[in-house]
Ligand binder design. Sequence first.
Ligand code: GS8
Length: 219
Amino acid sequence: MAEEVILLDFWASMFGARVRIALAEKGIKYEHKEADLWNKSPLLLEMNPIHKKIPVLIHNGKPVCESSIIVQYIDEVWKDKTPLLPSDPFERAQSRFWVDFIDKKLYDPGRNTWAKTGEAQEEAKKEFIEVIKTLEGQLGDKPYFGGETFGFVDLSLISYYCWFHAHETYAKFSLAAECPKFTAWAKRCMERESVAKLLPDEKKILGFVVKLRKYFGYE
Ligand code: GS8
């Protein structure tokens, strides 16, 4: 039976980008459906009735929700090509720990430096840089979080990267100056075809952040 793979996505979403990159790394063909998050479709509400969020991967009619769960599902179903998680159980647990850390720390609205001003922004900036430095420490001198190969932690983190330009612009700092090893890792990831093609341009994200700031009344 031919596989039917549909991705409910939103162009600026770091969570959607993860799934896009994982599908590209595995060479899986799929139908991409762009969601309107301000006017959700009956399909999105039916496929993710609990959270009502993208991304949702619909595989042969069955929905899988939550980006890191989707990426692990993809890795298990299409296991013959380009493994994304390590095969060793301890290494797998470590990868899951770091993806959980990334989501807990980086998606925390408290660290959205572009949504703040004054002292609160300075505090958020300090915390944001600390998180990146912790990740940089975990990377060490390896080319990728997965060691020699690009994997689960790499794709989960690089999907946030196009939003970092907005942080740098509004909170006035240079990530390359603060975290050079992290920046070198990000550049390495950006050279991969799957990442370069599927991550939105950071300037387009900055334009979106300008609109979000107005929408949420941050200025
Ligand atoms: C987060 C998905 C999410 O926040 C995951 O998939 O990893 N933990 C989930 N999706 C957002 C778009 S990206 O910011 C979304 O769908 N928001 C719609 C809403 O909140 O109504």
